[in-house]
Write a new protein. Structure first.
Length: 526
């Protein structure tokens, strides 16, 4: 896909139902800046830093360090081994590991041979799910660690290449550190990210080098990452935002601080931190004196959390599903201002459309569809699902595709996108349509409440969880009743000190709902 050009000639016919002034604004606000990333393939940016500053520290983990030169040399050595083991350009290679330096060597080696890595944290992903993922991959090799041997499906054990054992080998390393193993093109796959499918079977999103470079190598996605700065690696490696931390850091010559079990200990040393709001909420600004830039995405951020961190450092709020490459909108938030998700990132577009697929009038809510260079190549081995979720882009035309995000939004008067929750979060209660995020926002106005999560308990009632445990539940109930209709007020509000999190650092809504059902059952038997 070429960079977006000639937008005006494409937009006009599809916007005939809008007033002329709104047609112009639709294009101005809905299109990100046109920018050419410095590199078309992400590993080329990493190799350039290895050549420019070979002794600079690429990563630190568990008291160990690896320089850019060492990282590049070991990745070259591993790339040669992968070729020997039959890995070909275009293959999909399992990277079933945990956060570590060997993980970095593994993913860089895969990119060098022109293949795509498929990351999973083998410590926490059930072997049955790992087996389903392996069934869809083409590589004869599984990259993993010896301490995770029991987590790998037994029938695939013979395919394992133990990264830690490989790095411990006494081996000759080529003097030439500029080896090339494949001619990789920007549209070649960089990694495949598996999300949880609604059927229980994971779906693999195919992300290209072009997709990734478009967000990581342009402003504001580069997040101020640069030589001499430290970037936290705190997220689950199977989560798309981990690629933002890892490859963003290495592509800009910064130092990656790979955490162990203690997130605050790592965050305290970071200049740049990328996290979900749920993870950020476990930290406080005074713990992070050197922090210069923070970005959150993956789930809605509260106004209070954004204000707290924006007063401490440069704070970005972003939005975008895996299928649009990490985030496709970013907004630098100023403390006290209305929290939004901003505008499209460079070379990306966002359209707010109604149920018929027509552009909504400015200020009217609708579903957000994403276009541009961030739109990925669809799902691995699943053309039917790809066809269902990706559609031809009528606004850009040509071979451009757009993706249905299932996020609701609207444009503010000054051209910012306001996130209004998920289509999935619109539920029916007592026959009325209720937006769960709107209920949570109303509850958060209660005394002492910093965050709320609202869920549908049954056809007649909602349940809400608030944090911290000291929040005034009755004040939260009254705040909701004052702002919303009676059927929006939860029948049960529970205060917790911390919300339970999933492995990817998001609020575990399934577990909260389970707790609510159990609590309801106990009450009925009392």
């Amino acid at each position: 896909m070429a960079l977006l050009t000639g937008k005006a000639s494409y937009f006009r016919p599809e916007l005939a139902h809008l007033p002329a002034a709104q047609q112009v604004i639709f294009e101005q606000w809905g299109c990100g800046a046109i920018v050419q990333p410095e590199y078309g393939c992400i590993h080329l940016a990493i190799e350039a830093h290895a050549a420019r500053a070979p002794q600079a520290i690429a990563a630190e983990w568990a008291g160990q360090r690896i320089s850019y030169e060492q990282l590049n040399r070991q990745a070259n050595r591993l790339a040669a081994r992968l070729v020997e083991r039959g890995v070909k350009q275009g293959d999909t290679v399992a990277l079933f590991v945990e956060r570590s330096i060997p993980m970095l060597v593994g993913l860089l080696a895969v990119l060098k041979v022109g293949a795509a890595y498929v990351p999973q944290d083998a410590r926490i992903v059930p072997p049955v799910q790992l087996a389903m993922i392996l069934d869809s991959l083409s590589s004869p090799v599984i990259l993993t660690l010896s301490n995770l041997a029991e987590r790998i499906p037994a029938e695939a054990a013979h395919r394992c290449l133990w990264l830690d054992a490989f790095l411990a080998e006494e081996a000759e390393v080529a003097q030439d550190n500029q080896q090339a193993f494949a001619v990789v093109e920007p549209d070649d796959l960089c990694f495949v990210l598996f999300t949880s499918g609604t059927t229980g079977r994971p779906n693999g999103v195919r992300v290209s080098h072009r997709n990734l470079c478009n967000i990581l190598l342009t402003e504001p996605g580069c997040m101020g990452m640069a030589p001499g700065r430290t970037v936290g690696q705190v997220l689950n490696i199977g989560f798309d935002m981990a690629a933002w931390e890892i490859l963003g850091c290495l592509a800009h010559g910064a130092t990656l601080l790979i955490r162990g079990k203690d997130i605050p200990q790592t965050a305290a040393r970071c200049h740049v931190l990328i996290a979900t709001p749920s993870i950020l909420a476990t930290l406080s600004p005074h713990q992070c004196p050197d922090l210069q830039t923070v970005a959150v995405a993956g789930e809605p951020c509260t106004q209070a959390l954004a204000d707290q961190w924006a007063a401490h450092c440069t704070f970005y709020n972003g939005c975008g599903p895996t299928e649009t490459t990490i985030v496709n909108t970013l907004h630098r938030h100023e403390s006290g201002a209305l929290l939004t998700i901003g505008r499209p990132t460079p070379n990306n577009t966002v359209y707010v459309l109604d149920e018929q697929g027509r552009a909504c009038e400015l200020g009217q809510p609708g579903e957000m569809w994403a276009g541009g260079l961030g739109v990925t190549a669809g799902y691995l081995n699943n053309p039917a699902l790809t066809q269902e979720r990706y559609r031809p882009d009528p606004f850009l035309g040509g071979d451009n595709l757009m993706f249905r995000t299932r996020d609701l939004g609207r444009w503010t008067a000054d051209g910012q996108l306001e996130h209004l929750g998920r289509v999935d979060d619109q539920v029916k209660v007592r026959g009325f349509r209720v937006e769960l995020d709107a209920v949570s926002s109303a509850i958060e106005a209660g005394e002492g409440c910093t965050r709320a999560v609202t869920l549908k308990l049954d056809s007649r009632s909602l349940v809400a969880f608030v944090s911290p445990a000291s929040a005034d539940i009755e004040s939260c109930r009254q705040a909701c009743a004052q702002r919303l209709a009676y059927y929006c007020v939860p029948s049960l509000i529970v205060a917790l000190e911390h919300f339970p999190l999933t492995a990817r650092g998001k609020v575990d809504k399934a577990l909260l709902l389970q707790w609510a059902v159990e609590r309801q059952g106990e009450a009925s038997h009392a």
